[in-house]
Design a binder for this molecule. Structure first.
Ligand code: BG6
Length: 480
């Protein structure tokens, strides 16, 4: 028993959190280039990114990276060879990264791609292949062209589907040896942070909730179109959906609390239901009806959804929360852009995210039981402050402990029969936080010497967890 022999161990990043070089070689502005440094945002997702028209205008005028850390990232654009070499040293079998749409189509509306953008990702993939590392490519990870957000209010408008399809086609043509693809990162997050996930500028919406669900529908349609295209253009390719697995427990055994948890989990599953089963769940359609949400969904689109479901289910797992019928008595906490009840049995990270390794096992079992499709954990990790010692070491035993516990639960899920393709940690190297744009919230096995102001040598250092993960990969998780 244990992990399959060809288990894909590795790490995951997103272009906008690592590359930097935001205006280099013809790249256009993306929604990520508007996200300003916001350490106090906590997990109040509505505060986490620049979400009003005024902030967008200010960001367009300010062409420096002073207040916009994602514009500088960790300079992986120029250092990818060095970084991939370090991943190879850990023995990575897979590396998950995203393609910045704006490197290929700076405004999203060009008819031909920017050759420099295409060449860049071809080089990255060639470098991975040099070490036998399988690329796992996310087409859309919080970085759509800003132009499409400003002009159409993002994915709320169906015209964006064509722009995305054109972008995806170029990706399949240009990176045709890539087998594993994900369409939209944490697709369900559109209703939590509509700007970075779908380019919706909330003050431009007359009915924000309606626009969010319409944007989601448009992404489902786009996802089916490109899934079909990928299967046709790259024989043997595998396309996955990507869900934020927000595991919710009832706060007590009270039936009202159990019901509250059921409702939260049902809404969390709904995107995967559409992408895996090819149809909207009835309870969700009823929810739309009751809340006055009218989807513009044609018969042809629903057919596309039915006929082009995904091959595997990928998800991020960071934490779990509690729900109650009456939340007034609950101590609240937050994490990964959701707020919920704090579990008295579990610790939290410095950023308040609940650490729940058993929740990963529960999530794997639930997902597999519900869909009976191969699963892929494509994000899991712990954001902490790390200390770089004078001798260049970083002693992050807390991170080793976190992963050890999660891998042990993952192994138990596999032993129980879950078909798990692989695991990519978030993130193998320190990067800019998606929610707060902090550099000091560090996730990596590799430390990057840059601070929140962007100062530092950019030098990479191996943390203690680097060597530990290398050993885990070498023995395929047999010894943790
Ligand atoms: C996931 C996102 O939700 O959480 C990543 O897909 C993100 O982009 C990760 O970085 C961790 O969140 P944060 O806000 O700590 O960077």
């Amino acid at each position: 028993m244990g992990f399959r022999d060809d288990f894909l161990w590795g790490g995951a990043v997103a272009a906008n959190q690592v590359e930097g070089a935001w205006n280099v070689d013809g790249k256009g502005m993306s929604v990520a280039d508007v996200a300003s440094y916001n350490p106090n945002a906590g997990n109040d997702y509505r505060k986490q990114v620049a979400v009003d028209s005024k902030k967008v205008e200010e960001a367009i005028k300010d062409q420096s990276d002073t207040f916009y850390p994602k514009r500088r990232g960790i300079d992986m654009y120029h250092r990818y060879k060095e970084d991939i070499k370090l991943f190879a040293e850990m023995g990575f079998k897979v590396f998950r990264f995203s393609i910045a749409w704006t490197r290929l189509f700076p405004t999203g509306e060009e008819t031909k791609p920017n050759p420099k953008g295409v060449a860049y990702y071809q080089d990255v993939i060639a470098e991975l292949r040099k070490y036998g590392i399988e690329p796992l490519v996310t087409l859309s990870h919080y970085e759509m062209p800003l132009n499409l957000a400003v002009k159409y209010n993002g994915w709320a408008d169906k015209r964006v589907i064509d722009d995305f399809t054109r972008f995806a086609k170029v990706c399949f043509e240009s990176f045709s040896d890539v087998k594993y693809w994900l369409t939209f990162n944490e697709i369900d997050s559109v209703t939590r942070h509509p700007f970075i996930s779908a380019g919706i500028i909330p003050d431009r919406s007359d009915n924000l909730e309606q626009d969010e669900y319409q944007a989601l529908h448009n992404q489902f349609v786009a996802s089916s179109i490109v899934t079909k295209m990928c299967h046709e253009m790259i024989p043997g390719s595998q396309v996955g959906c990507m869900l934020t697995k927000l595991t919710t427990y009832p706060a007590t055994a009270k039936p009202e609390d159990v019901l509250a948890a059921f409702n939260k989990n049902t809404m969390n599953y709904y995107c995967a239901d559409v992408q895996v089963k090819g149809r909207y769940p009835k309870l969700v359609l009823d929810f739309f009806k009751k809340n006055g949400i009218k989807l513009d969904a044609t018969e042809e689109e629903l057919k596309l959804l039915r006929e082009n479901t995904v091959d595997f289910i990928s998800f991020s797992y960071y934490m779990s929360l509690l729900a109650a019928g009456d939340e007034s008595g609950l101590e609240m906490t937050s994490g990964n852009t959701v707020v919920g009840g704090k579990n008295p049995y579990l610790p939290t990270t410095e950023w308040g995210w609940t650490v729940d390794p058993v929740g990963l096992r529960i999530s794997l079992l639930e997902l597999y039981d519900r869909y009976e499709k191969p699963l892929f954990v494509v994000e899991n990790g712990m954001g902490t402050k790390d200390v770089l010692n004078a001798d260049g070491t970083i002693h992050d035993d807390y991170r080793i402990n976190y992963f050890k516990q999660h891998f042990s639960e993952m192994k138990k899920a596999v032993d129980a029969g879950v078909d798990l393709l692989g695991y990519t940690s978030w993130a193998p190297i320190d990067l800019i936080s998606a929610s707060t744009s902090q550099m000091s919230k560090r996730y990596g096995f590799i430390y990057v010497d840059i601070d929140d102001n962007g100062d530092g040598t950019k030098k990479r250092y191996k943390k203690d967890s680097f060597y530990w993960y290398r050993d885990v990969i070498a023995n395929n998780g047999k010894e943790l």
